[in-house]
Design a protein around this ligand. Structure first.
Ligand code: 9MR
Length: 374
């Protein structure tokens, strides 16, 4: 704005539209950390059963105490945000040449390198999270000519964009980090909390077979041996589970899915027996292997919450081990973060280390569960 006259200028009816969504990259607030060298190691204790993972963030790996505890405790990691479509899709490049990128949006991979280098250099495998999701996926992807002022793109265009996105991400990853990503969350959170399928922009543009299509493309481009997962929250709840089983059945029949990811953002009041029955059912009905992909357990209200939460973690892991012993193929358990301070729900203190990385009863509970199996 310019003016030759020295008068006040008023702007009214200003509105700011956020394109995409805000992503919170976790930070460590503590400045002093305890020495974690003498802790027993989760990955060692569980090595005969399944992998133990954590969610990471590039700025946490830069902190030495964090890097150290991750190397000591975990043998799998999930990039907490960096592999999501809003981090990979290159808006500027795409809209600079819409014709060229019409069916294959431009992608960039700068954001994933710190974490993938760390995993490769320290012998952790990676769960790729995530390819097809309603959230952290920019809205422009779904529009004709990538113009959010216009109409939604048609089914054929969106199928082509979906196929090329999956192809480009999988091929880049395998070329640059061969064998590192052992599993992909191909479709994330497709079930609606109110029942049925979520009416996401993928659903609206492609139609209700978008899950089948996504898994078909994923199978086509996934390197041999890479496991393909569906991943969701509250997927132990009966109604949601039934919906998920219904829409995954054709994917199973087509042979395009290997596993069910149970996010498991839970709390100390969730009934462990019901939760385990759900795992058993995914296996019985669909024959899928199971990963616990985003475990955190929000604390209870009482003064004794640390111990109560520790007991819960212990019971939870004991039952997981039991289920595995009884034949349910559970192949990894991943915690969604390291310490309470870097959790996405830090005010609920849901993880196994305190802010200074001192161990909580939750950590000891996980160790006891595997040491004292019935
Ligand atoms: O942990 C992630 C957090 O840092 C981001 O701000 C948030 C944005 O949606 O996503 C968090 O991870 C989510 C995961 O990708 C899917 N399941 C729910 C997780 C917690 O919101």
């Amino acid at each position: 704005m310019e003016s030759d006259r020295l008068e006040d200028i008023y702007i009214d009816d200003l509105s700011v539209k956020v394109c995409g969504e805000y992503t919170y990259y976790p930070e460590a607030v503590a400045t002093e950390f305890v020495d974690t060298s003498d802790y027993p190691s989760l990955k060692e204790e569980y090595k005969d059963y399944f992998r133990i993972g954590t969610a990471t963030s590039p700025n946490l790996l830069d902190k030495e105490p964090y890097a150290k505890i991750i190397k000591a405790q975990y043998n799998s990691m999930t990039l907490g945000n960096s592999f999501k479509p809003d981090s990979i899709l290159d808006h500027n490049k795409t809209v600079r040449d819409v014709e060229k990128y019409m069916y294959s949006p431009a992608v960039k991979f700068d954001a994933v390198k710190t974490e993938l280098d760390f995993a490769r250099d320290n012998g952790l495998t990676v769960r790729g999270h995530t390819l097809v999701w309603h959230s952290q996926t920019p809205e422009w992807l779904f529009y004709k000519n990538y113009d959010i002022g216009g109409e939604l793109a048609d089914r054929e265009t969106m199928l082509a964009r979906m196929e090329n996105y999956i192809k480009n991400v999988m091929e880049w990853t395998e070329e640059n980090y061969p064998g590192l990503v052992r599993a992909w969350d191909v479709v994330n959170e497709a079930a609606d909390d109110g029942g049925g399928m979520r009416k996401s922009l993928w659903y609206q543009t492609v139609g209700e077979d978008y899950i089948e299509q996504a898994f078909m493309f994923a199978r086509k481009y996934a390197p041999e041996g890479t496991k393909l997962f569906y991943n969701d929250y509250n997927s132990y709840q009966t109604r949601k589970q039934n919906d998920i089983i219904t829409f995954l059945r054709p994917v199973v029949e087509a042979g395009n899915i290997d596993g069910m990811g149970m996010q498991s953002h839970i709390n100390v009041n969730i009934n462990i027996t019901l939760y385990m029955a759900a795992l058993q059912k995914y296996y019985d009905e669909l024959g899928l292997e199971i990963n616990v992909t985003e475990l955190d357990v929000c604390r209870g209200k009482g003064d004794n919450w640390q111990q109560e939460q520790g007991d819960y973690y212990k019971k939870f892991m004991s039952e997981i081990l039991k289920l595995r012993k009884n034949g349910v193929p559970i192949t990894s358990v991943t915690l969604w973060g390291i310490s309470d301070t870097d959790s996405w729900i830090s005010s609920d203190y849901p993880l196994i280390f305190n802010d200074d990385l001192s161990r909580k009863p939750a950590f000891d509970g996980m160790i006891e569960a595997v040491k004292n199996q019935e």
